[in-house]
Design a protein around this ligand. Structure first.
Ligand code: NAD
Length: 371
């Protein structure tokens, strides 16, 4: 089985889809590994760090006889055009944003496993790159908050006097939010969490934080949230506003699959925040969770700062790459058997992760968005 690993080319992308430890494991599965030159350089993995791997500079040449092509971000049209018909691609795709690419993958009869489609079920946790990358982002967001504010977080007693603990509010408590809460707790902040899925309460409390109960239940399909009605938004605002305005740091992570980020904080709420407070908006990729957010930039609204970094997992590129490569390895392990590819379409993880196969778009939502 020939596997080709691409070098990432998109802006802000520092990750790489293969790390040396995973290369060794793939070699043991019987894979022949080919990698684009300097693919790991952004995370300080020079080509010499990889054993069992041959390098080539030209991506089209690299993929032309590969059975499996792997990357983090969706590959370019040129690269897909150079792939063999019937080959396998594994990467993040987000088909609704990659219409032309998805059609090409369909027409080239590529079997595409889209990492964002890996189902959120217990058996697929080891392949779940959304979770591994979100956990890193939440950790980074909490630390970015702590270093973006001119205050200390832990309660501290100095000879001169004491400092009270800082208050961190985490809005949207999925994987990233839980990781942000745990990190903010470790640095001694008082932490509150809020989400529209009530089952989150227990998780928030188990991390030693307080859950803000708004009485709204907006559980949607597959464990995700749905969009809110205006009435629900008003009900939430009546409870959450005072917590927003008491916080030193707010970390927002709210997302709704396939939709722009919900606006959790409006301008009036920000205008009433404490002077010197900071918002870390981890939903910048989807447009952001506040009305002031400018994705990729740091902006001031009066005395409040709103920081909205893009591709946060890439800022922890070394660990992000390691976890991502392992997620992909665990997926490949499901269909590389006795040194050959054998896909069992009755396997729920493979069936649900498939975006395209044999000339068809297999995912219903993607099919609707693309065709
Ligand atoms: P996500 O990135 O889609 O969203 C982040 C959070 O934002 C979610 O908790 C969501 O409820 C919340 N949110 C959306 N709109 C909101 C609003 N208006 N106000 C406040 N919060 C809002 O979510 P995710 O982190 O990818 O996790 C989604 C779900 O999948 C969770 O239920 C999680 O526990 C579950 N999950 C399950 C597994 C598994 O069982 N293997 C693995 C990972 C995640």
């Amino acid at each position: 089985v020939k596997i080709a690993v691409l070098k990432e080319t998109r802006p802000n992308e520092r990750r790489v889809a293969l790390v040396p430890a995973v290369a060794d494991k793939l070699a043991k599965l019987g894979a022949e590994l080919h990698m684009q030159s300097e693919a790991g350089l952004a995370v300080k993995l020079p080509d010499t760090a990889f054993k069992n791997v041959t390098f080539a500079a030209n991506p089209q040449g690299l993929v032309s006889d590969a059975d499996i092509v792997v990357s983090v971000q969706p590959p370019s049209l040129d690269v897909v055009n150079a792939m063999k018909e019937g080959a396998i691609l594994i990467s993040f795709i987000y088909a609704h944003k990659e219409v032309e690419l998805t059609k090409l993958l369909r027409d080239k009869k590529i079997t595409t496993f889209a990492m964002e489609l890996v189902p959120r079920i217990t058996r697929a946790q080891a392949m779940d790159a959304l979770s591994s990358q979100a956990a890193l982002a939440g950790y980074y967001g909490a630390l970015l908050g702590a270093t973006s504010i001119a205050r200390m977080m832990p309660m501290t007693t100095f000879a001169t006097g004491s400092i009270r603990p800082g208050t961190v509010l985490v809005m949207g408590v999925g994987v990233a939010g839980l990781s942000a809460i745990a990190t903010a707790r470790r640095i001694g902040a008082k932490v509150e969490g809020y989400d529209v899925r009530p089952e989150v309460k227990e998780q928030v409390e188990s991390l030693g934080a307080k859950f803000i109960d708004t009485g709204v239940d907006a559980r949607g399909a597959g464990g995700y949230a749905r969009e809110l009605t205006q009435e629900e938004k008003d009900k939430i605002a009546s409870v959450v506003t005072k917590h927003i305005q008491a916080a030193d740091i707010i970390i927002t992570t709210a997302a709704i699959p396939g939709r722009p980020s919900p606006k959790l904080i409006n301008k009036a709420q920000i205008d009433g925040m404490k002077s010197g407070a900071v918002i870390i908006d981890l939903a910048a990729e989807g447009g952001g969770n506040t009305e002031y957010t400018v994705p990729g930039e740091t902006v001031s609204a009066g005395q409040v700062t709103i920081v909205a970094p893009l591709n946060v997992p890439s800022l922890l590129g070394e660990h992000a790459s390691e976890l991502y490569a392992k997620n992909q390895y665990n997926l490949m392990e499901l269909f590389i058997k006795d040194k050959a590819i054998s896909i069992d379409w009755n396997d729920e993880v493979l069936a649900k992760s498939a975006l395209t196969h044999a000339g068809e778009i297999k995912n219903e939502a993607a099919k609707k968005a693309v065709e």
